[in-house]
Design a protein around this ligand. Structure first.
Ligand code: PLP
Length: 376
C-alpha cells in the first residue's frame, strides 16, 4: 500500500509532470515572472470556468479577503459577521482593517455559518457578512442573501475550501460558489482543491466597478502607472504559479469528483456506526467538493482515536481545535458562551481523515478498518 498522506501532492504531480514542467519552462524562458501571459490566461480560464465576469488574481487567499473588504470601502468601526468555526484568515483581516469582527455560531450538521445566528447578530453598525463554504460545502446562501438584502449588507464569500462547488438557488438557478454574493475570494495554497506550488489567491465579482477598484487596490492603488489614487497593497499571483494553475484547472472537476467518490466510500463504511456522524451533503451532490472529510465522533474520545491513527501511521487533522472566539487574539467580552453551543461542541468531536484526489480503495479500506477497530 502506498504511504497514506493527508494530501498527496507528490503522486498528483507525477501524473501531470510533463505538462506542468512545460508550462513552468515557458515562463522561465520568457522571463516574464510578474504579470506574464500565463497570469492573463489563467484569469480568463478561471472566469470561463466559474461563469463570472471578473477574476482578479492575487498573492494568497488571506490577501484576497483583505482586498475584497478594502474594495467594498468598509471602514473602521464597521461590524462584519463571520463564522466562529473556520480558519483564522477571515477574522484576521477583519481585525487588521480595524473593522469589528462579530463571530457567530455554525450549523451542527453542515459546520457552516448559521443564518439564524447571523440574523441575531445584525446591528445598525453591521456592514457585511462573510460566509465560509467550509470543508468544501456551499453555505446556506439563499437565507444569507435574504438577510443581507433586508439589512443592506455586503456578502463576501470565502471560497478557499470550495472551488468548483455549485450552489442551487431556490429558483433552480445553479451558480458556482464564490460567485453568489457581491464578491468572492479563494486560495490556491498547495493543499486546496485547486492548489499551486506556492502561494496564490483570487477575487471574483460580477460588478464591473468593484472589479476595477479591486484590481487597482491589489496593485498599490494604481489605476495609471505611478499615480496612486487610493491606499493599496502589493498582491500578485506569480506567472510560474499561474502556469501551474492553468494545467491543474483543467483537472479541477475530475479532482473534485475523486474527492466525492472517496467521501462516499468512507461514509459507506461508517454510516451504520452509532459513534460516528458522517458528513452531510445538503442539496445536490455537486454542492460539496470535500476539501475535508470530517467526522463527528460521539461516545468515544476523539483525541484517543487520533493517537490510535497516529500509531497506525494514518495522518488526520482536527479542523478546528479552538473556536475563533476563544483564540487569544480575538477574545472579546462581548461574546457569550451560550451563543457558541455548536462550535464549543464541535471542537471536541471533529476529526478529518485523509482526503485528496489520489486516495485509493486500499488506503480508504485500511483507514476505515482502523477507525472502526478503535471504536469497537
Ligand atoms: C486556506 C484558507 C484561507 C487562506 O488562504 P491563504 O492562501 O493560505 O492565505 C482563508 N480562508 C479559508 C477558509 C481557508 O481555508
Amino acid at each position: 500500500m502506498r504511504k497514506i498522506q493527508m494530501v498527496d501532492l507528490q503522486t498528483q504531480y507525477q501524473f501531470i509532470k510533463l505538462k506542468v514542467d512545460k508550462g513552468i519552462e515557458e515562463v522561465l524562458n520568457s522571463a516574464q515572472f510578474i504579470n506574464g501571459p500565463a497570469v492573463k490566461t489563467f484569469q480568463t480560464n478561471l472566469e470561463t470556468y466559474l461563469g463570472v465576469k471578473h477574476v482578479i488574481p492575487c498573492a494568497n487567499g488571506t490577501d484576497a479577503l483583505q482586498i475584497a473588504m478594502m474594495g467594498l470601502g468598509l471602514k473602521p468601526g464597521d461590524e462584519v459577521i463571520t463564522a466562529d468555526f473556520t480558519y483564522a484568515s477571515t477574522v484576521e483581516v477583519i481585525a487588521l482593517l480595524g473593522l469589528t469582527p462579530v463571530l457567530v455560531d455554525v450549523d451542527l450538521e453542515t459546520f457552516n455559518i448559521s443564518p439564524e445566528a447571523i440574523e441575531k447578530a445584525v446591528t445598525s453598525k453591521t456592514k457585511a457578512i462573510v460566509p465560509v463554504h467550509l470543508f468544501g460545502q456551499a453555505a446556506e446562501m439563499d437565507a444569507i442573501l435574504k438577510i443581507a438584502k433586508k439589512h443592506n449588507l455586503y456578502v463576501i464569500e470565502d471560497n478557499a475550501q470550495a472551488l468548483g462547488a455549485n450552489f442551487k438557488h431556490k429558483t433552480g438557478e445553479k451558480v458556482k460558489t464564490g460567485c453568489i454574493g457581491d464578491v468572492g475570494t479563494t486560495s490556491f495554497f498547495p493543499s486546496k482543491n485547486l492548489g499551486c506550488y506556492g502561494d496564490g489567491g483570487a477575487i471574483f465579482t460580477n460588478n464591473d466597478e468593484l472589479a476595477h477598484l479591486i484590481r487597482g487596490i491589489a496593485n498599490h492603488g494604481m489605476y495609471k502607472r505611478y499615480y496612486h489614487d487610493v491606499v493599496g497593497v502589493n498582491s500578485r499571483l506569480d506567472s510560474i504559479q499561474a502556469a501551474v494553475l492553468n494545467e491543474k484547472l483543467k483537472l479541477l472537476d475530475s479532482y473534485n469528483q475523486s474527492r466525492k467518490e472517496s467521501a462516499e466510500k468512507y461514509s459507506h463504511f461508517f454510516r451504520k456506526n452509532p459513534k460516528i456522524i458522517t458528513p452531510k451533503t445538503v442539496g445536490e451532490q455537486d454542492s460539496h467538493v470535500f476539501h475535508q472529510y470530517t467526522l463527528r465522533i460521539l461516545g468515544a474520545d476523539r483525541d484517543s482515536l487520533g493517537q490510535y491513527l497516529t500509531d497506525n501511521k494514518i495522518p488526520f487533522g482536527v479542523y478546528y481545535p479552538v473556536p475563533l472566539h476563544l483564540q487569544k487574539a480575538y477574545k472579546s467580552s462581548n461574546y457569550l458562551e451560550e451563543d457558541f453551543k455548536v462550535t464549543n461542541k464541535l471542537i471536541d468531536e471533529v476529526i478529518s481523515l485523509p482526503m485528496h484526489s489520489e486516495l485509493d480503495d486500499e488506503q480508504i479500506q485500511f483507514i476505515c478498518k482502523k477507525v472502526l477497530e478503535f471504536l469497537d
